[in-house]
Design a protein. Structure first.
Length: 133
């Protein structure tokens, strides 16, 4: 019965065409009544008691921070920086090849140093400055 309530009922309600908020509400009420065995007169107390959880506040604030970053334009710059750093996934095999062939780990560290110098020079001289309105 619990498998149907947790997996089958939401899929069935979505196929019928219920909105997602009603799917979540109906599924949680059915789960509280059947699986948890809570009395029907205390459903409201049980639902609102479960919502009184401070870690749940992180979800809407995370979405809000993402929207601020997208509207302000900083999200594009952060993504560009991360993509430049992820270039380390390409540079690592090159570092291994250099350290293996030259038998020098110190020499292999010139590869990421060169990449970071290029990123630094790009950020100072060639990146276009944009201002948020």
């Amino acid at each position: 019965m619990a498998y149907f309530v947790y997996f089958g009922l939401p899929v069935l309600l979505l196929i019928i065409g219920f909105p997602i908020f009603l799917v979540l509400l109906v599924t949680s009420i059915v789960a509280i009544l059947t699986v948890a065995g809570v009395a029907p007169d205390s459903i409201q107390t049980n639902i609102f008691g479960a919502l009184d959880n401070f870690p749940l506040l992180a979800v809407p604030f995370f979405v809000l921070a993402g929207e601020f970053m997208a509207q302000g334009g900083i999200a594009r710059r952060i993504i560009a920086m991360v993509m430049a750093i992820v270039g380390g996934a390409v540079l690592t095999p090159i570092m291994g090849l250099i350290s293996e062939s030259a038998h020098s780990i110190a020499l292999s560290y010139l590869v990421p140093l060169t990449a970071y110098v290029v990123i630094l020079l790009y950020s100072f001289f060639w990146a276009k400055q944009t201002t948020a309105i």
